[in-house]
Ligand binder design. Structure first.
Ligand code: ZN
Ligand code: ZN
Length: 119
């Protein structure tokens, strides 16, 4: 008789935005919480209090942060409760979307770039 506790949990999730079936483990063994294709995530962890969150709303990738060691993080914002999270970028994440988010602030500066001409 097989014990269901011994069966490895199928660790996949369905992307809330594009419907892709995503393995919860990236190729390098790290844990993945966002879709590699559209980079959207779902609010299932309470990052402030810890533990599971009952929000379960969609989380939109809004920007890139670079850590001291040079690794990239994706910043997600929950569409329902506005919580912000940061998650490591996986090697197979959509590089076009990552680059687009990374250059967006430079493409749309909130001040005129001509000011730097005087420096
Ligand atoms: Zn997706
Ligand atoms: Zn939320």
């Amino acid at each position: 008789m097989s014990d269901s506790h011994n069966i490895l949990k199928t660790s996949t999730f369905t992307c809330v935005r594009c419907g892709l079936t995503v393995s919860a483990h990236a190729a390098d063994g790290s844990r993945r919480n966002h879709c590699p294709s559209c980079l959207h995530s779902r609010h299932v962890l309470d990052h402030v209090e810890g533990g599971p969150s009952d929000c379960r709303a969609r989380m939109t990738p809004i920007s890139i942060a670079v850590l001291r060691d040079g690794s990239w993080m994706v910043i997600h914002r929950c569409v329902r409760c506005d919580e912000l999270t940061s998650n490591p970028v996986c090697t197979d994440d959509n590089q076009l979307i990552l680059m687009r988010m990374a250059v967006r602030p430079l493409a749309q500066p909130p001040f005129p770039l001509e000011a730097f001409g005087d420096l």
